[in-house]
Design a protein around this ligand. Structure first.
Ligand SMILES: Nc1ncnc2c1ncn2[C@@H]1O[C@H](COP(=O)(O)OP(=O)(O)OP(=O)(O)O)[C@@H](O)[C@H]1O
Ligand SMILES: O=P(O)(O)OC[C@H]1O[C@H](OP(=O)(O)OP(=O)(O)O)[C@H](O)[C@@H]1O
Ligand SMILES: O=C(O)c1cccnc1
Length: 497
């Protein structure tokens, strides 16, 4: 992977769970390694009790797949692994097979920045069982995290109602790669910039920031500190006013603002990082306005998240820019998205696809079988419903019924002919060859913004959002039900015998 390889200088093919390799060996041993299969990656519930999720991370997946190769150092490591009895865990012939392995899967995926919903695939992998299996863990690792953070960022940006949100998370992020991936995903989710300079360099994200309390404390007085900063950066002054006494700090910022103005420069604003942010921002706004600085911005920070920002908005806080770190990049209130990767079909000896379901006690956990895709229907640029359908199924433009995958009594009739439609899973790799032109990060960010615009505001509510309709096309629903009933019948027969 280009990005991570720059950092770690090694192959990433071993970035997988050990059991993927033992299964790969067992597939190979039993002659099933090259059997074709289909896996889907999807999540079952929106994060943060929300009503939408923003897909992110595909660009990393593309890099990962393009570099999917067992290098000699990887094979040497695997060759050293031992069984309980001290013999080599993997036969040399298997390692020789791995050394020749070339990525040859078809991958179809939802583009980054797309709004996505539970149960519908974010990514579909079709190819030899061994390769599909080895991809499970890295794909989940990449997509779970970036999708989670892009969604958190989108929620924070919705709460900020168009004000810029600056991502300040690096110091509290989950390690180096966690920080970089979070800055990238936060930008996709709508943040205006990052404080992480390396993320700026690697991804082209705008970099911005103010200064810390240490800067003020290193001088005898706050006024001296502001003046010295203004000397160094006359065009980029955002003074942190709360080191000693916030309102006195605002007075000092105004003094230095006036000095800058006498030299033909304008201070950008102030930052408040503690105390009652509603009270201090309103007081500061009044002072700045009265002193002739109505355009000076007020930046707020201090353990912010979408709930606090919403609350501050309802309190009429005079905040124009939001600096958000810890709670954004760690997805503080929900530290993981629970996406899973499930087998949905295998090709039999006759070359026919056999759909598969995993029957679970919980209907929530029964996967969707077959080779399926997702269509989003739009009416006047508003998304009205998503339909999961078997890819070879003819869709009657005069009417389809979509059925909720969890509660089959919830159904919706749609007239596809009345709507604009978008097929969400797009071809990314065909037989291992990349067929997708990667959009730039800015294009991905624009897509996220447009996708959110197309979503009704009831689904974007931070608390108790209205459920967006996602359903299985009737034939897919019946296929799934029949597979489940058959599996249960066999289970019963086994129990009786
Ligand atoms: N008016 C407000 N309404 C709701 N939450 C607020 C308001 N003002 C500040 N907060 C939030 O309250 C939390 C704690 O603020 P508190 O005033 O205790 O911080 P502090 O002790 O002043 O900050 P620090 O410990 O960094 O010096 C922070 O998450 C902050 O964003
Ligand atoms: O609060 P976050 O959303 O994570 O945003 C980043 C925080 O990091 C900085 O201070 P730091 O937390 O290092 O020290 P402080 O709390 O003493 O200001 C900054 O002043 C913010 O408060
Ligand atoms: O630039 C800032 O103001 C900043 C950067 C990182 C963390 N907190 C604040």
């Amino acid at each position: 992977m280009k990005i991570t390889k720059d950092l770690y200088q090694s192959s990433l093919v071993l970035l997988t769970d050990f059991y993927q390799l033992t299964m790969a060996y067992a597939y190979w041993k039993s002659g099933k390694g090259e059997q074709e299969a289909v896996f889907n990656l999807f999540f079952r519930k929106h994060p943060f009790e929300g009503g939408f999720t923003i897909a992110a991370g595909l660009d990393y997946v593309i890099d990962f797949c393009r570099n999917f190769k067992f290098e000699s150092a990887d094979l040497e490591y695997l060759a050293e692994m031992k069984s309980q009895d001290g013999s080599p865990l993997f036969e040399p012939a298997f390692l020789a097979y791995l050394s020749q392995l070339q990525f040859s899967c078809d991958i179809d995926a939802v583009e980054e920045g797309t709004v996505v919903f539970p149960n519908a695939p974010l990514i579909r992998v079709k190819g030899p069982l061994i390769q599909c299996q080895l991809l499970e863990t890295p794909l989940l690792n990449i997509l779970n995290f970036q999708t989670l953070i892009a969604t958190k960022a989108a929620r924070i940006n919705l709460a900020a109602q168009g004000d810029p949100v600056l991502e300040f998370g690096l110091r509290r992020a989950q390690g180096i790669d966690g920080a970089l991936a979070a800055s990238r995903a936060a930008y996709i989710g709508g943040c205006a910039s990052t404080s992480n300079v390396m993320a700026g360099k690697l991804f082209g994200i705008p970099v911005s920031g103010t200064h810390a309390h240490s800067w003020i404390m290193s001088f005898d007085t706050e006024l001296e500190a502001f003046k010295a900063y203004a000397e160094a950066f006359p065009d980029q002054c955002v003074f942190l006013v709360d080191t000693y006494d916030t309102l006195h700090g605002v007075k000092n910022a105004i003094k230095v603002g006036e000095m800058l103005r006498s030299k033909g420069k304008e201070m950008i604003g102030i930052r408040i990082d503690s105390g009652d942010l509603a009270y201090f921002s309103s007081q500061a706004r009044q002072m700045l306005d009265e002193a002739g600085f109505p355009d000076a911005k007020i930046v707020a920070s201090n353990d912010l998240d979408e709930q606090i920002i919403s609350s501050l908005k309802t309190q009429d806080a005079a905040i124009n820019v939001w600096g958000v770190g810890t709670k954004l990049v760690t997805a503080f209130d929900q530290p993981a998205l629970g996406a899973v990767y499930k087998l949905s079909a295998v090709k039999n000896e006759n070359g026919d696809w056999e759909p598969k379901v995993k029957v679970s006690q919980q209907s929530l956990k029964i996967n969707i079988p077959g080779l399926h895709n997702v269509k989003r229907y739009y009416s006047q640029d508003k998304a009205v419903a998503d339909m999961i359908y078997l890819e070879d199924q003819e869709i009657d433009p005069r009417g389809v019924v979509i059925i909720d995958p969890i509660d089959p009594t919830r159904r919706k009739r749609l007239m596809p002919a009345f709507y604009k439609e978008e097929i969400l899973l797009k071809p990314i790799f065909k037989q291992g060859e990349k067929v997708y032109d990667r959009p730039s990060l800015t294009q991905i960010r624009d897509r996220a913004s447009k996708q959110l615009e197309a979503l009704d505001k009831t689904h974007k509510r931070l608390v108790n959002p209205h459920l967006y309709p996602v359903g299985l096309e009737e034939n897919l629903h019946h296929l799934r039900m029949n597979l489940v009933l058959n599996a249960k019948k066999f289970e019963g027969e086994h129990e009786e015998s």
